[in-house]
Design a protein. Structure first.
Length: 462
């Protein structure tokens, strides 16, 4: 039998809090995970939510607080007061503490940092000293350190004593006298080893490490590549300064994926959750891109003006403009989406451009042939049903088919090469968003369409 979800027992929790049965409410909430409790707190009225938060055990409260949205965190801190708020922040894991304080307004974060213990203040300020997008921002200093000359028995005793405060004990890290990282060892190797052996006997002197100033996306890639649950973080001198764990990397992966999806949609990435983003901020994030894309459409108008005389001679050509534009835009955005993802997971780089363009051209030939056939059939059906009236319907059908074929192939080239070029110049390839590629294809697609029409229909319809 599965336990009830926290929202099912929400009325029960609310009733216990209103009846001041705080111990019962504490016991009921303690049966759930921090993320579930955070969902409940966000659904409660602020005055009830803060009471529910206060009855939580200290460690559970700290874990729950890190799962709350920024708006809910600020609301709780405001209602709890400086003293209680500082105790909650103090109880959090160092990386979570730094993340929360970094997101809070300066006037809120500064007094909270000042109330931290000297040790935690030093650790927190050290993490906040790294760039916001760096590995240093997501690392934690809570890990188990061992010395190479220690015996396995002494090491296990050390792990039992200090492991409870570590972020993870799946991996332990061997350091030299000067705190230089010299190896990492999986806990299984220690548990199964002869107690009389030393840690040096278990070492292979090979390890994988992140640098504190690396982009945090590097942590995502390395964690996935080497199937690790924790990776050490070193500074420029090779000194061990922290570790990054799988849960932190999962959060980064989700944030980066969300950012890429939003950029591919033709907007700036949101800094907050969608539900927490004010309308004015939503306008700012989306309006700039839309205005830019709107102005780019002036190029399409300019192209249509160049071919205005041809349109006046053969209005029938205008009927197929939407179909022509759609075929190029859809093909280009498909290719761009595939390449942005391939670049994100380091599957491709600019040096492999010829292999990519060859694959896209072969794909474009197949797709272009299929859509060209559909285009020809469409023209013949429109002639048969009387929607278009021209004696040169076969020539028109070949024109539409030829234009679609060329535009689809051009779309695969533009959509695949544009992200690679942006990545080569250090620009996020996700900015080659679907609307941007579609707009570029509108301009070039219209040009290709009328050039093909002039070539094939001169002396007939034109």
């Amino acid at each position: 039998m599965q336990p009830p979800t926290i929202h099912i027992i929400e009325p029960e929790i609310r009733a216990l809090l209103e009846a001041s049965s705080y111990r019962d409410a504490r016991d009921a909430l303690s049966a759930f995970e921090p993320a579930d409790i955070a969902d409940l707190l966000e659904s409660l009225e602020p005055e009830i939510g803060v009471v529910a938060f206060r009855v939580l055990p200290r460690e559970l409260a700290a874990d729950t607080f890190s799962e709350l949205t920024l708006a809910c965190q600020e609301s709780l801190l405001e209602q709890m007061g400086d003293e209680r708020s500082a105790r909650v922040i103090e109880s959090m894991d160092p990386d979570d503490r730094a993340a929360v304080l970094d997101e809070l307004p300066v006037e809120v974060a500064t007094p909270l940092i000042a109330r931290l213990s000297p040790k935690n203040r030093r650790i927190t300020q050290g993490i906040l000293g790294y760039d916001a997008e760096s590995v240093g921002r997501i690392m934690t200093p809570d890990y188990v350190r061992l010395r190479p000359e220690w015996s396995v028995e002494k090491s296990l005793e050390h792990i039992r004593r200090y492991g409870k405060d570590a972020e993870t004990v799946h991996w332990v890290f061997v350091i030299a006298q000067d705190n230089t990282l010299i190896d990492d060892i999986h806990i299984r190797s220690i548990l199964l080893a002869d107690p009389e052996k030393t840690i040096r006997d278990l070492m292979d002197d090979e390890f994988i490490a992140l640098h504190a100033k690396d982009d945090r996306e590097e942590a995502v890639r390395m964690m996935a590549r080497y199937n690790r649950t924790a990776l050490p973080v070193v500074d420029s001198l090779g000194l061990l300064v922290g570790i990054v764990t799988a849960d932190d990397v999962a959060d980064v992966a989700e944030e980066e994926f969300t950012e890429d999806v939003q950029k591919l949609g033709g907007m700036e990435a949101l800094d907050q959750y969608y539900t927490d983003t004010p309308v004015i901020e939503m306008f700012r994030k989306r309006g700039g891109w839309l205005a830019g894309l709107f102005l780019m459409q002036l190029l399409t108008i300019s192209v249509l003006r160049v071919f205005n005389a041809e349109l006046n001679k053969a209005v029938v050509l205008a009927l197929f403009v939407p179909m022509i534009i759609a075929s190029g835009g859809n093909t280009g955005t498909q290719a761009a989406s595939l390449l942005v993802r391939a670049i994100a997971v380091e599957e491709v780089r600019l040096k492999s451009w010829w292999r990519i363009i060859r694959k896209e051209l072969l794909t474009g030939l197949c797709l272009g042939s299929m859509l060209a056939g559909f285009g020809m059939i469409t023209v013949l059906l429109l002639k048969f049903t009387g929607i278009i009236d021209t004696e040169y319907h076969w020539m028109l059908a070949f024109t539409i088919a030829g234009a679609v074929f060329l535009i689809v192939n051009w779309g695969t080239i533009v959509g695949s090469m544009f992200p690679l070029i942006l990545d080569h110049f250090g620009i996020d390839p996700a900015t080659s968003s679907s609307p941007l590629v579609a707009t570029l294809m509108d301009v070039t697609g219209i040009t290709i369409y009328f050039c093909v029409a002039l070539l094939l229909l001169r002396g007939t319809i034109l």
